[in-house]
Design a binder for this molecule. Structure first.
Ligand code: NAD
Ligand code: IPM
Ligand code: MN
Length: 349
């Protein structure tokens, strides 16, 4: 019988506020579809570390492996919070999950909904997806420091790119491009300067392109890609890029499509050897936490990506349509609370 078993990691700051609304919507849509929904909460994040000293114990990773998918809110302390080492939770919990569960496709769709005010004067039709590598690059923690604290300090942060890792990501990008109407793939890097990793990416894209003759391919250096993201975002269809470039590109992509409160993502293990994890692109937003000011739409759209991944594309489409219907009625002059937005989207369902 139809059922979904989801682990919920609400996290810190606005994480619990926006996740509550995503859960509200998931309950509504699964009930309507006759799908049995099981939710298990996991306390993890900065607050959990402060209370217990634990980041992400091995037995928690094992327990998470038993679920169909993970719904994630956000983690992280406020910048300048001295009670917690900077980046500890981000590295030892969030990135550790992405790496341990082999979330190699970090999927970040960008869509400008009708009724959303873009900061761009003439945005055109924005409908692209960033396929960001999720397990390699400068994120792997391969670095070190010599003579720390002296005038002669040397710090390295080595970007690790493997043929295996780049190939599976690039192939996923081509597959997605081949299934979209425009069938266009743009790979973004900086191979004029990053000649080792950049050229591995370049050769990989050229090789995989042979298997997808229907997909048109172009390349942009990341700096120029940022120009076009602002001057002509309609040119993009599928963007494939490395972990760090993808992080930066997708915050700008969120801004041009009406704000970080709308941007959803999936950390996807396409081989399904472990559960995938779905989360808003944004962080814990300490500046607005606890005030019911956060927009839960990104979390709700992330739940739609989850439904799609676990085999309920019809339910996913219903959630996306409910979000689109709600967005079309939004009045920027009349701010709603986080839970009011969740209620409104659930009501459409
Ligand atoms: P952030 O995304 O948390 O906030 C940036 C700005 O966007 C803030 O002004 C915030 O109020 C606003 N914002 C974010 N989400 C919003 C929403 N749903 N509705 C309305 N406004 C929203 O980024 P930051 O300030 O750089 O990071 C804060 C903390 O979050 C840090 O500890 C950081 O490491 C962490 N972080 C975690 C994740 C994650 O868990 N996936 C992602 C990014 C940052
Ligand atoms: C994101 C975040 C994370 C990232 C951080 C918090 C590790 O910025 O999900 O975009 O850089 O991937
Ligand atoms: Mn980010």
């Amino acid at each position: 019988s139809a059922s979904i078993d989801i682990a919920v990691i609400a996290g810190d700051g606005i994480g619990p506020e926006v996740t509550a609304e995503a859960v509200k919507v998931l309950k509504k849509v699964t009930a309507a579809e006759g799908v049995e929904l099981t939710l298990t909460d996991y306390a993890l994040g900065a607050e959990h570390w402060l209370a217990t000293g634990q980041t992400l114990p091995e037995e928690t990773i094992q327990a998470l492996r038993g679920h169909d998918a993970i719904l994630f809110g956000a983690v992280g302390a406020a910048p300048g919070d001295t009670r917690i080492p900077s980046g500890l939770i981000e590295r030892e919990m969030l990135l550790k999950l992405r790496f341990s569960l082999d979330h190699y496709v970090n999927l970040r769709p960008s869509f400008l909904y009708d009724g959303v005010a873009s900061p761009l004067a003439a945005p055109g039709t924005i409908d692209f997806v960033v396929v960001r590598e999720g397990t390699e690059g400068p994120y792997v923690g391969n670095g070190g420091v010599l003579r720390k604290g002296t005038m002669h300090e040397v710090a390295t942060e080595v970007s690790v790119n493997t043929a295996f890792g780049v190939e599976r990501l690039v192939r996923d990008g081509f597959r997605r491009a081949s299934e979209r109407p425009r069938k266009k793939l743009t790979y973004v890097h900086k191979h004029n300067v990053l000649v080792y990793a950049g050229h591995l990416w370049k050769r990989t894209v050229e090789a995989v392109a042979n298997d997808f003759p229907e997909v048109s391919v172009d390349y942009l250096h990341v700096d120029a890609a940022m120009i076009f993201l602002v001057t002509d975002p309609a040119r993009f269809d599928v963007i494939v890029t490395d972990n760090l470039f993808g992080d930066i590109i997708t915050d700008l992509a969120a801004a041009v499509t009406g704000g970080i409160g709308l941007a959803a993502s999936g950390n996807i293990n396409m081989d399904r050897t472990a559960p995938s994890m779905f989360e808003p692109v944004h962080g814990s937003a300490p500046d607005i936490a606890g005030q019911q000011k956060a927009d839960p739409t990104a979390a709700i759209l992330s739940a739609a990506l989850l439904l799609n991944h676990v085999g309920y594309p019809g339910a996913a489409t219903k959630v996306e349509e409910a979000v689109a219907a709600d967005i079309a009625t939004r009045n920027p002059a009349a701010a709603r609370t986080t839970s009011a937005i969740g209620d409104a989207i659930a009501a459409v369902l």
